[in-house]
Design a protein around this ligand. Structure first.
Ligand SMILES: C[S@@+](CC[C@H](N)C(=O)[O-])C[C@H]1O[C@@H](n2cnc3c(N)ncnc32)[C@H](O)[C@@H]1O
Length: 400
């Protein structure tokens, strides 16, 4: 059965990530906020996706957008969405994507589905009331819609078609918060890289969905270790370095802590897993060996308001110097075809125009090819929140 993926707040990043991991021919963009894949839900490693919020199994695609006909199709499909031979109460929820609808109308349909499911299964059914077109992720999790007794039915209406699907996984916000905020070492000064963005950076740097020993992710600007933490959870061997010894210590402490709550991760070199951390200047020193480079680079000074022009020039020049120096230095230390994804700073002017690092114009001379995506333009690989001055531009390149 095919899959439907609902993308996150910055859908283009989610789309690029899916394309990187699963090849463009297996992904079709759907509207502004979703994608369809001919891969099954079991083929998609949902928990390592930072840019997708929901994974669903498609049960039916119908050539209509008329709600009455959609409801008829739902009535046929709904009983089959519950696992047979369950005992106890069933939980049913309904979310509609692609079209704004009144929650009352959705709820009325859900109540009709409840009757049919009850009649077919002989079990009591509880419907989660819609207060909006979509159920929230808290509603889905707390009402047990993801368990064997539950089903969130997702209806995605395009201009001509309607997809009926069942949610199999929802982005685990609590788990992200826990591994982000409960880390023993944090440092607001180096900025907070959200774990979701770290996952996206790694997924753009590799298409390896089944890492084996020897598949090593290096972060040469490791800071407090968010990228390495996520790479380790995905099953990669990891290596990191930072100019500041304190940051190397922080990364080490955070990874050791993560190993205490997640026993399967790669932080013990004594069990044969590769794990290397060192202090190093990424622009001049020998860096740990690796075949995948994923990092958020040096972002310069944080700004809460757009800076004066001469200040901006100064910061841009410093960042450009560090990141260009790094690309030159690592070129001789990695094999041809090695892929890199680097979060670079980009500055968003109040009128929306973006100031990019100059090095982007000399990638060829530096010995790299920019990776292009089929579903996303390179300029769209930009992570930022409204009102932020410093955005992260995700540069994906391979060494020539
Ligand atoms: C934006 S932070 C990276 C944050 C990191 N992703 C995290 O999760 O904490 C940039 C890091 O680059 C380091 N840095 C700056 N210049 C460097 C250089 N020349 N070589 C290596 N690291 C450098 C800083 O010490 C800082 O930890």
């Amino acid at each position: 059965m095919k899959s439907l993926v609902i993308l996150g707040r910055q859908p283009k990043l989610g789309l690029a990530e899916l394309e990187s991991l699963y090849k463009p021919e297996h992904i079709v963009a759907l509207g502004e906020d979703a994608a369809v894949s001919d891969l099954t839900v079991a083929d998609i490693a949902f928990s390592r996706l930072g840019g997708s919020v929901k994974l669903c199994e498609i049960h039916e695609t119908i050539e209509t957008t008329d709600w009455k006909r959609i409801e008829k199709a739902l009535i046929k499909v709904a009983p089959g969405l519950f696992t047979e031979a369950n005992e106890g109460k069933l939980h049913l929820g309904l979310s509609v994507y692609g079209q704004k609808m009144s929650p009352l109308d959705i709820h009325a349909t859900a109540l009709r589905l409840k009757k049919i499911v009850r009649a077919k299964t002989n079990q009591t059914v509880r419907v989660v009331p819609n207060t909006a077109t979509l159920l929230s992720s808290a509603q889905i999790i707390h009402n047990k819609l993801l368990g064997s007794q539950g089903a969130e039915i997702v209806v995605y209406i395009t201009e001509t078609q309607t997809i009926i699907a069942k949610t199999v996984a929802e982005q685990d916000i609590d788990a992200y918060t826990k591994r982000d905020q409960a880390r023993p070492k944090r440092d607001a000064r180096v900025g907070m890289l959200p774990p979701k963005l770290a996952q996206i950076i790694i997924n753009l740097a590799t298409s390896d969905t089944d890492p084996k020993h020897g598949s090593i992710v290096l972060d040469p600007f490791c800071g407090t270790g968010v990228v390495l933490q996520e790479a380790s959870l995905m099953g990669f061997d990891i290596a990191g370095s930072d100019l500041e010894p304190r940051m190397v210590e922080y990364t080490d402490a955070n990874l050791q802590w993560l190993a205490t709550i997640n026993l399967n991760i790669a932080v013990h070199s004594d069990d044969g897993t590769y794990y290397q951390l060192k202090q190093a200047d990424a622009t001049t020193d020998e860096l740990p060996k690796a075949n995948i480079i994923a990092c958020e680079g040096y972002l310069g000074q944080p700004f809460s308001a757009f800076p004066a022009e001469d200040k901006l020039r100064e910061v841009m020049q410093t960042c450009n110097g560090v990141m260009k120096g790094f690309l030159k230095n690592i070129h001789g230390q990695i094999e041809p075809e090695t892929r890199l994804c680097i979060g670079l700073p980009a500055w968003v002017r109040p009128n929306g125009t973006i100031e990019h690092l100059k090095l982007l114009d000399s990638l060829e001379e530096l010995g790299y090819n920019r990776v292009s995506f089929v579903h996303v333009r390179t300029q769209e690989l930009l992570y930022y929140r409204p009102g932020q001055v410093v955005a992260r531009e995700l540069l994906v390149i391979t060494r020539k």
